[in-house]
Design a protein around this ligand. Structure first.
Ligand code: HEM
Length: 199
């Protein structure tokens, strides 16, 4: 006897046109479906809803029940060891202890992201959608965002004021040129003077 997965069975059932009379010889699945029409097709509709029900993640289910535990950053920060590692990403708290060894980016990056909002670190890597889908497995609660220190706005270093008046600069350059010339002239002068006095 052929075995179908729920999905295969649903796909098969959905493709059958029940408005047509059953053709007993052509397709046993269709025949079976048509014979049990009302109840069976109602079940098929339920099957359609079933996968979507399954697709609700743990975090969604908990959130739906408004039971998500809210942690402060201080509480989350206590879990910062290889044997107990929690992360804060996009307002949610994840216990990634079991995932440390398997994390493709290594355990050290995860450990270094504890005790703070690791959203930027997580986003900077450009994690795939499958990585994001994995996160629900590790969801333990939400972060009390008021306990996360606000990011300081970036203030660019003050630019040195551009001096429009170039006079002092010009004088310095002139002196840099003239002083060696003066010293040289003085040395030559002394030389001539001493030579003439010797003679
Ligand atoms: C629950 C949280 C996390 C999960 C489930 C997770 C999962 C993954 C997965 C599945 C990959 C493989 C590549 C991909 O599919 O994108 C990956 C790679 C990586 N992750 Fe994470 N990750 C998490 C948090 C973090 C955080 C917070 C950081 C940074 C502090 C991080 C840094 C990295 C790095 C550096 C790589 C390697 C990227 C590469 O080699 O291209 N991950 N992660």
């Amino acid at each position: 006897m052929a075995h179908f997965t729920i999905h295969q069975l649903y796909t098969r059932l959905s493709s059958i046109d029940l408005t047509k009379p059953p053709a007993l010889k052509s397709d046993p699945t269709r025949t079976l479906c048509c014979l049990c029409r009302p109840r069976f097709f109602a079940s098929a509709r339920k099957l359609k809803a079933f996968p979507s029900a399954l697709s609700h993640t743990r975090s969604q289910i908990i959130q739906m029940g408004s039971q998500a535990k809210v942690y402060t950053l201080a509480e989350v920060s206590e879990h910062n060891q290889p044997k107990d590692c929690w992360l804060v990403i996009e307002g949610k708290v994840y216990d990634v202890t079991k995932f440390l060894e398997d994390h493709p980016g290594g355990d050290e990056v995860l450990l270094s992201a504890t005790g703070k909002d690791a959203t930027d670190d997580f986003e900077d890597v450009g994690h795939s959608s499958s990585a994001r889908a994995m996160m629900d497995e590790f969801f333990v609660g939400e972060i009390d965002t008021s306990t996360i220190p606000s990011r300081k706005a970036y203030t660019p270093p003050k630019q040195p004021h551009y001096n429009q008046d170039k006079t002092p600069e010009f004088i310095i350059k002139l002196l840099q040129f003239l002083v060696p010339l003066l010293i040289l002239g003085l040395a030559v002068g002394i030389r001539f003077y001493t030579k003439s006095t010797e003679a």
